[in-house]
Design a protein around this ligand. Sequence first.
Ligand SMILES: [Zn+2]
Ligand SMILES: [Zn+2]
Ligand SMILES: [Zn+2]
Length: 139
Amino acid sequence: MKKEIENKLIDKNTKPTSMRILVYDFLRSQESALSLSEVEHHFENADRTTIYRTLKTFEEKGIVHSIQENTTTKYKLCDDGCNEKMHKDWHLHFYCKICKQTTCREDISFPENTKTNFRIDEVRLFAKGICENCLESLQ
Ligand SMILES: [Zn+2]
Ligand SMILES: [Zn+2]
Ligand SMILES: [Zn+2]
């Protein structure tokens, strides 16, 4: 399993240090996007700057994408299609007002083949509402 993560990092031009492998593994196990402080909380004994730098490097290399949520930035692993030149996470990010989780909704996305005579570098789609789990418990 560690080997698999190593290869993923190398594929994205990123040196697989042990901290990077741990952070990657943790992010992979999460369904929702996490803020820096949530990641820090999980790695209590690690240096906070290292965690911050790890997430920044991941973002630059197309390994995670960030989601801006009011004043918080959250991070989620990218699909294989992202790299250091371009992120392709043009899908909806959905914030649930009840459980306060932000999730990637890949099934709702901005069409990549949109023809324009201007250049799109980045697309951010963000919605707020109540997720399916919370809706169910409201009934
Ligand atoms: Zn991405
Ligand atoms: Zn919810
Ligand atoms: Zn996403």
